[in-house]
Design a protein around this ligand. Sequence first.
Ligand code: HMG
Ligand code: MG
Length: 306
Amino acid sequence: MSELPKAVRLVEVGPRDGLQNESAHLPAAVRADLIMRLAEAGLTHIEAGAFVSPRWVPQMAATAEVMSLLPQRPGVSYPVLVPNEKGLDAALEAGAREIAVFAAASQSFSQRNINCSIEASMERFAPVVERALDAGLKVRGYVSCVLGCPYEGEIDSSAVAWVARELRGLGCYEISLGDTIGVGTPGRARALVKRVSQDVPLPELAVHFHDTYGQALANIYACLLEGVSVVDASVAGLGGCPYAAGASGNVASEDVVYMLNGLGIRSGIDLDRLVAAGNFISEQIGQSSRSRVALARGGAVAREEV
Ligand code: HMG
Ligand code: MG
């Protein structure tokens, strides 16, 4: 395939993947404020947090409080990450309508991130997904380290395809392929999507790039050409990866929307409002925005840098 999609759905991961890796630990009210600004900008899928161990990821503590502050908006969903049944219980109690389970394509990363092997994670997720589906929730699946692992180096695309297929088999409606440490390049990214789509239908695949080597937008463009139409991104380029020195945040949502606009691809997102949301959160964490679009528009330079 070499035709660009007419529309792309953005999955905003800043309030979760972004903030979980920032050193600032923000109160629930600020996190909820960010999410509401993102919804105002037209985002329809906004990850609101994670029901994981607060010892492992203290930034995501108080996710239930964040959820309690979010007004229901028609057509907007606030997925939360859930690693096990304990997390599911908390998500259900908080009224979550969508969860995401997260596996890895690398054994070492799986062990460090969720303290079990890839196979054990699938056994752990099975009852989580089953119970969530029974309760009427939607379940998304993540595969981390799809183009490289901080411990194992290059990852075989067949290993990625295996994990993606397993997650789909459990009942995930969409599988997000995560270049967690941002080492991918466009040719490899496109080849990966081609390979995984042999096991999981293309419309059920999303891509999730970090911008460590400055390749994220090029990677996304390559994957759009391959037929992908769901892209994860993080406002202001928030985030990083605690297990990979120098890994930068996810590609900035503002930069993705600017590129989509230039390509004539619909996203339903108001770029001005999105930039404003990114500037808001950058001020809250006291850092310059990592969105090139926001910087080009003169916003969100950390006060000490002015
Ligand atoms: P464990 O230590 O093996 O768990 O951690 P455990 O079952 O032995 O329990 C240990 C303690 O944690 C107990 O508390 C449990 O109650 C508690 P204690 O008795 O010691 O006081 N606990 C929990 N607390 C709150 N919520 C829970 C929960 N489960 C157990 N759900 C565990 C296993 C999975 C819990 C842990 O490893 C963990 O929380 N990991 C989360 C790591 C994480 O959130 N990583 C970031 C998300 S993945 C990612 O960012 C990549 C992605 O964005 C894709 C990409 O970027 O490419 C998705
Ligand atoms: Mg990520």
